[in-house]
Design a protein around this ligand. Structure first.
Ligand code: ATR
Length: 308
């Protein structure tokens, strides 16, 4: 079995030989992660002799696993669900985005210090630019699942980009309302007020979403709905209009019900693979100080996603 396919844990991580170029992804579960393949392809493209492994850590084991990783000389790692908040608490220093999101998806281990970063926002920004040829800051955006971990991060990122409009929608409405109250001050200044509040929370009700989408450009699904083939549709297809750009943060399946419905209605769609690629490329640059070899990383990610 290739090292990049093996899942290590608190018991087995000690079997790794110490090395100056160890990297990995921490998650729970983590077996499904596509990061090892495309990060390994990145290192190979730059002729760097590095090893990238998957590490499963339950939240309560994270401090012990991280201590072991420091001891083994891991140079850096990615962090995925559900450990991003837990990792945040274990870092010695945080970058602006990790501080803002309260979550860390990338760690750099340098001189015994753990530096925490969050590349999810810039990864998403790059993905939107690549998939739709537009900038997040120029868009009117509706985020479904704004109260969840991913949705909160994207909402905060969009607000900091001073996007034209931000509509926050969540099944549990209180979470979206709370976030809108937190983000509204960011919009208080620089652009002309339109007929709508620049930042608003709305309930997850089809008629309301349809009305809001009439004055939005980008619809983002940041809920977990669509991961399972048996999931009921998040929205009736009738609310999806042809003028929309629709981005689903889910990439497995490649076409969720939402994306299929949106495409059938004439909208432009993209899935979360581009965000996975770009958050990973940004992490790669943090670790190596080099520009990520995007073409090689993308090629491997696409191949692995097709094969998954
Ligand atoms: P997280 O740990 O990121 O909060 P989660 O529990 O999977 O992860 O939820 C992610 C998002 O998907 C949340 O916004 C959640 O809505 P709630 O805040 O109301 O829980 C949303 N979500 C999950 N299942 C949903 C469903 N069946 N319909 C609508 N939204 C749903």
């Amino acid at each position: 079995m290739l090292m990049e396919d093996r899942v290590l844990n608190l018991e087995s991580i000690g079997e790794l030989a110490p090395s100056p170029a160890l990297y990995g992804v921490l998650g729970h579960p983590v077996a499904h992660s596509l990061s090892p393949g495309f990060q390994t392809a990145g290192f190979a493209a730059l002729d760097r002799d590095a090893q990238y492994v998957k590490i499963d850590a339950a939240p309560e084991n994270l401090p012990a696993v991280v201590a072991k990783m420091k001891e083994l000389g891991f140079a850096g790692w990615n962090v995925t669900v559900p450990l991003k908040n837990h990792m945040h608490a274990l870092c010695d220093e945080l970058d602006e985005q990790a501080t803002l999101f309260g979550a860390v998806n990338t760690v750099l281990h340098s001189d015994g210090q753990l530096l925490g970063f969050n590349t999810d926002g810039i990864g998403w920004d790059e993905a939107i630019r690549e998939d739709f040829h537009v900038d997040v800051g120029d868009l009117r955006i509706l985020i479904l699942g704004a109260g969840g971990g991913a949705g909160r991060a994207l909402s905060k990122y969009a607000a900091l980009q001073h996007c034209e409009r931000l509509v926050l929608v969540n099944r549990t409405p209180g979470k979206a309302e709370e976030l809108a109250a937190e983000l509204r001050p960011v919009f208080a200044s620089d652009k002309l007020e339109g007929p709508h509040d620049r930042c608003t929370a709305r309930p997850l009700e089809p008629e309301i979403i349809e009305e809001e989408l009439a004055t939005c450009d980008l619809l983002v699904n940041a809920t977990s709905v669509g991961l399972k083939p048996t999931d009921p549709p998040l929205l009736p297809s009738g609310v999806l209009a042809p003028h929309l750009l629709v981005y689903d943060t889910i990439y497995r399946p490649a076409r969720t019900r939402l994306l299929r419905d949106a495409e059938a209605r004439g909208a432009r769609v993209a899935n979360g693979l581009s965000m996975l690629l770009h958050q990973g490329a940004a992490a790669f640059s943090i670790w190596t100080g080099q520009e990520a070899p995007l073409a090689a990383m993308r090629e491997r990610l696409m191949a692995d996603a097709r094969a998954a």
